[in-house]
Write a protein that binds this ligand. Sequence first.
Ligand code: PBG
Length: 323
Amino acid sequence: MNIRPRRNRKNAAIRDMVQETHLGVEHLIYPVFLKDGKNIKEEIPSLPNIHRWSIDLLLSEIEDCLKLGIKIFDIFPAVDDQLKDKTATLSYNPDNFYLNAIREIKNRFPEAVLMSDVALDPYSSDGHDGLVENGKIVNDKTLPILAKMSVAQAEAGIDIIGPSDMMDGRVGVIRAALDEHGFSETSIMSYTAKYASSFYGPFRDALNSTPKSGDKKTYQMNPANKMEAIIEAGLDIEEGADMIMVKPALCYLDVIHLLKEHYPTPVTAYNVSGEYAMVHAASKNGWLDYNAAVYEMLLSIRRAGAEGILTYFAKDFAQMIRS
Ligand code: PBG
């Protein structure tokens, strides 16, 4: 045999030298849940070790993470049901608890990079990402709400706006509104290929944001489709997205790879709540080695072509590579 691939695997030094893909904490974005109030650290049963924090405690959690090298955080608001309405009014009220918390975090830790989520669902009494009229999710009337929400977030200090709503044309409308209000430096990471997935369950538990009726299939993509991701990405890039995201990550590694090959724009992936919950459930039963599974999953998302990964594993991974 002239060629024996095993020679390049014969010891750790050689394996390390020929390793093609690398994974570090600099690739990770940590999603965290914020709740109004004080001294709150609430468990989310379907998301083990992830909590809903009030701002006072979230500040120390962020401080811990910064020490571990995590620099980018995606902050999601868990809104009281009584404050939700059809048009998600709370989302752009400059004095809401979420925007006040963003100001506090940026004030205390100017080095922390903060990302937001732009969609109606955390604030909507219908639990949909867009405005609901006669049982339909209406596209164009949703856009000005998304634009107002984005400008309010940029004003509070958000560095990266994350439209997750999947309305057509939203990136362009948000980009124009940001620029018009003097936020030309605020980035947009658009949820470009966001699929109507069964893996968002634990996240909806965290925010109590399950749709009150119907499902999200008229705006989120059909899991059977891949070429459609190219259309979505083309539009988002043309409309001004700085980074394009694929979500979920693990069942859609082919889509990550496709967009990476097709466009020069940085690609990110959201390793979603259901993907996190599965690993926890299996490791709790002793069926998987938690650390090894986490590393392999995150590495595979990088190998598929994602520059950045939004993942609930971020803190565990950062601790893991320390020890
Ligand atoms: C809402 C949003 C969702 C997630 C991020 N933003 C849920 C949904 O679309 O229903 C899911 C994240 C996760 O499951 O971890 N716009």
